[in-house]
Ligand binder design. Structure first.
Ligand code: NCD
Ligand code: ZN
Length: 475
């Protein structure tokens, strides 16, 4: 006689990057212990009948802004992770542009405490990479980060972008740690100059935001970052790829062997300049939503692997902050963590991508890029039981008022989608059950930095780093 396991999920369609098949999943102590024929699996305390539903690995969203501490009227760790749970997202990586900026171990420890007390899902925390953190990199790593975020361009929070000289030194210092540097790859000087001139010319309309940041800002930034990554051996991740044009420097860097990954989000795949008149300030985001001819190449890059993953850049703001009449006064970004899966499942239903490829983009690839695979991002025995159980046939209409983010202002308002998250399970625990958030899971989310295992670092040109060339060794 052996003990019963905790949970057996039967009759669902199990979806992995390789295949979809009907099978039961046995879960105990937060982990998947077996996948197979229900008749061959042990007895369980609880059985969930998932007939008619698909079982996906929970999404890992490597780019969210949960605003806590500092801007909790926009979002906090409770509301942000609740929205994640409703969206089938079981792990999020939170950006450092909270108040104060996450640049020191003390500030990081403060955010860890807040997140641990409120989170419904698992998370990683980014630290900023810039002049303000350069003397704290080791302390930040010890205090527990998933990676660094480098702002090459100014965005919400006005974190200064480091000069190329500073970036080179920062990359030199991060390369030996093996951690990945996520980049907001838009070149600041170009955008500042253009915005100043547009304002002076009285250009204040939503599309003037796009005029201030043409794709060349991203091309130039991706190219420059890839050069620095290649020279130093630092690993990089290009956030929110918005244009067809930046795919060239990204693909070239990959071909040269640079360890670079990239993400795009539903708004760059499904929205375009055609949507500005309708959504006005609500569509303002950095980088901007661009001309329609960018969409197809971005889809193709997801297919070919030039872009590795889907992330949302969930960037909540209040309706008042989004609806200001002068575009330059509107806060950039909008919520996305809750709508990513239904939007992408709609694309699956339309035949744009396969369901198997989708779970690779939403779960496996982010886990691999950030050293969490196969503990996260895999439906395999031994993996954390992080699952999104979805009804692929449920048709519904996105209504901002019903979002669980504190932000109720998005350019997805009124959009018809197909695919709904019914249950979200994090380490074997129902966080969303039958479409309802389980309030008692507040504070059960955990930081994943402790289970992160990046591949061995491969720093390059170590004899030429600033530290090396200024070392006073008496020679
Ligand atoms: C983000 C925010 O609001 O924090 N805004 C945005 O437009 N994307 C910042 C960012 O990710 O660039
Ligand atoms: Zn960004």
């Amino acid at each position: 006689m052996h003990d019963k396991i905790d949970l057996l999920i039967i009759n669902g369609l199990v979806v992995t990057p390789q295949a979809s098949f009907e099978a039961a999943i046995a879960i105990t102590d937060g982990k998947i212990v077996a996948i197979g024929d229900a008749g061959c699996l042990p007895e369980a305390e609880e059985i969930l009948d998932a007939a008619g539903l698909a079982i996906l690995p929970g999404a890992i969203d490597v780019h969210v802004h949960f605003r806590d501490p500092g801007y909790t009227h926009k979002e906090d760790w409770e509301s942000g992770t609740a929205a994640a749970a409703y969206g089938g997202v079981t792990t999020v990586f939170d950006m450092p542009n909270t108040i104060p900026t996450v640049a020191t171990p003390d500030v990081l420890a403060q955010k860890h405490a807040i997140a641990a007390s409120k989170a419904h899902v698992d998370y990683g925390l980014y630290a900023v990479l810039g002049e303000e953190s350069i003397d704290h990199l080791e302390g930040l790593i010890e205090a527990g980060i998933i990676g660094f975020k480098c702002y090459m361009g100014n965005t919400f929070g006005r974190i200064p972008s480091p000069s190329t000289g500073a970036m080179l030194e920062l990359f030199e210092r991060v390369a030996p740690t093996g951690l990945r540097i996520s980049l907001h790859a838009e070149t600041n000087s170009v955008m500042e100059r253009r915005e100043t001139r547009l304002r002076a010319a009285g250009k204040n309309a939503p599309l003037d935001h796009l005029a201030s940041r043409p794709a060349v800002v991203a091309i130039e930034a991706v190219e420059r970052a890839a050069t620095l990554a290649e020279w130093t051996g630092a690993r990089i991740h290009v956030l929110h790829i918005s244009s067809k044009d930046e795919l060239r420097p990204l693909a070239e860097a990959k071909a040269r062997g640079v360890d670079v990954t990239g993400e795009t989000g539903p708004h760059y795949l499904m929205l375009s300049t055609d949507d500005y008149a309708r959504f006005k300030g609500r569509i303002r985001v950095n980088p901007p939503v661009r001309e329609p001819d960018n969409q197809q190449p971005l889809w193709a890059a997801l297919e070919s692997g030039v872009i590795d993953m889907i992330a949302t850049d969930h960037a909540p703001h209040s309706a008042e902050e989004k609806d200001r009449p002068v575009i330059w006064d509107v806060d950039c970004g909008f919520p996305g963590v809750e709508t990513q899966m239904p939007l992408m499942l709609t694309a699956v239903a339309e035949g744009r991508i396969s369901l198997n490829h989708y779970v690779k983009l939403s779960s496996e690839a982010p886990a691999k890029a950030f050293g969490l695979y196969p503990r996260k991002g895999a439906l395999l025995p031994g993996a954390d039981a992080d699952l999104a159980i979805v009804d692929l046939n449920a048709a519904w209409t996105i209504d901002d008022a019903e979002l669980h983010s504190r932000s109720k202002a998005s350019p997805w308002q009124g959009r018809d989608v197909k695919g709904r998250v019914i249950h979200t399970i994090v380490r074997g625990r129902f966080v969303l059950r039958d479409g309802s958030l389980q309030a008692e899971t507040r504070g059960t989310g955990r930081s994943v930095h402790a289970i992160q295992q990046m591949p061995a670092p491969r720093p390059r040109n170590v004899d030429k780093t600033l530290v090396a060339v200024t070392r006073n060794d008496g020679a």
